[in-house]
Design a protein around this ligand. Structure first.
Ligand code: PLP
Length: 431
């Protein structure tokens, strides 16, 4: 019942000038699902067969690096089907696919409303494998302001080695984004990668605007939607081509796995799969199982995190020991209007400036009893960090990166919000 084709996004990124492109297949023209199911239902059932091996209710972990054949005739049949691009119900070798991993891929695709998804060993692996698929020597990439630091590093330090130039956009305001993007786009621009909400100031950009400007020029649009989750944002419905997640964060949700995912139309995902087969950044069956298990509660967790983060942001905004709060759910946030139009929830991360210096901010973090101190977000446990001391040990370098000493990022978990607020209050009192 639940493994019917996902609603197809009707995107058709036009081919860039003079680039030979694989024709889109009929598989891309999936009929829209007449009764699309809600995220909570898809979190539980999406991508999973009702009847599973051994009559198991849960998807089994198929912990096998390879898959064997009965005889030569079966090999011949399999290779013939494979080379013809026909779908087969069996696997060949673990780097090309594994049943547990494929189920997790179908679940992520269902949640994003995309035709197909691929799983990777990490979020960065999903990003780099996707970019290396799309870009060739002589191509140009645009990276919007506030993208994940390692994505920026990949554009700055790695892509030039293969003759690929990157332009980093400054500014994301509703009025400046369009002109800045139009200005950055060149004849050889092949792809745009953006991210929203961004880390740590949770800036939200107008994705429809990016999709419109890019589509008419045949540019592939990619979004790192890790902070938003498919519960709060559906980028494919807004016209973007590819959605990437660090599944390590909200999708996994329990701080116990590393994984990445990319979702999009069949032809682009097929191409990216070809690269994954070569680069080898496939996720493990066990992590795929943990991801499947984690996603079952994605909708519950994210809704709870949205509510708690909103409460915490509102509470901190009125607190005398806090200088400024950054949360897209607050009317004082510069992108509140676009966030309200574009998102179903504002997310589980709240950033704020402590009224004080580096040491005072460190004291505040140390006085918190509830959250862990660390670099991640999106799990059931709240995690806090003082941005600057994680960025660099060198104060000059921190200034250059634009990280202020008193900025704190609080990634809200699923604990009771009153307990979190009481904990924040006791840590802020008499700092
Ligand atoms: C963590 C993160 C990544 C990288 O993901 P990994 O799973 O750690 O490789 C990419 N983008 C964003 C926004 C992230 O938060």
């Amino acid at each position: 019942m639940l493994d019917r084709p996902n609603r197809q996004n009707d995107l058709d990124p036009l081919p860039a000038a003079d680039r030979p492109q694989k024709a889109r297949t009929d598989q891309d023209k999936v009929t829209p699902d007449p009764t699309p199911m809600a995220s909570s239902t898809l979190s539980v059932h999406g991508g999973e067969d009702k009847q599973k091996p051994y009559h198991s209710l849960t998807t089994p972990i198929v912990q096998s690096s390879t898959f064997t054949f009965q005889d030569t005739a079966e090999v011949l049949r399999f290779v013939k089907d494979r080379d013809a691009g026909a779908t087969t119900d069996r696997e060949e070798y673990g780097r090309y696919g594994n049943p547990t991993q494929r189920t997790a891929e179908r679940k992520v695709a269902a949640l994003e409303g995309g035709a197909r998804s691929l799983l990777f060993a990490s979020g960065m692996n999903a990003i780099t494998t996707t970019l290396l698929t799309l870009l060739s020597e002589g191509d140009h990439l645009v990276v919007t302001d506030g993208c994940y630091s390692r994505t920026q590093q990949f554009g700055r330090e790695f892509l030039p080695r293969w003759g690929i130039e990157t332009t980093f956009l400054d500014g994301l305001d509703a009025t400046s984004l369009g002109p800045a993007l139009a200005n950055a786009i060149r004849r050889d621009t092949r792809a745009i990668i953006c991210e929203t909400p961004t880390n740590p100031y949770l800036r939200v950009m107008d994705l429809s605007q990016i999709a419109t400007i890019s589509r008419e020029r045949g540019i592939v649009t990619i979004i790192d939607s890790t902070f938003a989750t498919p519960i709060n944002l559906r980028p494919l419905e807004l016209g973007l081509d590819l959605v990437i997640h660090s599944a390590t964060k909200y999708l996994g949700g329990h701080n116990d796995l590393l994984a990445g995912a990319v979702v999009g139309p069949i032809d682009l995902i097929d191409e990216i799969e070809g690269t994954r087969d070569v680069l080898g950044g496939v996720g493990s069956p066990h992590d795929a199982y943990l991801l499947l298990r984690g996603i079952k509660t994605l909708d519950l967790r994210v809704r709870r995190q949205n509510e708690s983060a909103q409460r915490i942001a509102e509470h901190l905004e009125g607190h005398p020991a806090v200088e400024r709060v950054y949360y897209p759910g607050l009317p004082t946030h510069p992108d509140h209007d676009i966030a309200r139009r574009q998102m179903r929830g504002f997310g589980g991360v709240v950033s704020f400036d402590i009224a004080g210096d580096l040491d005072k901010t460190g004291r505040f973090v140390d006085r918190l009893r509830l959250p862990y101190v660390g670099p991640t977000l999106g799990g059931v446990e709240s995690v806090v960090r003082q941005q600057s001391i994680f960025a660099s040990s060198n104060p000059d370098e921190r200034r250059k990166l634009g990280v202020t000493d008193n900025l704190v990022r609080y990634a809200v978990g699923i604990e009771d919000v009153e307990d979190m607020i009481a904990d924040l209050d006791q840590a802020l009192a008499g700092l």
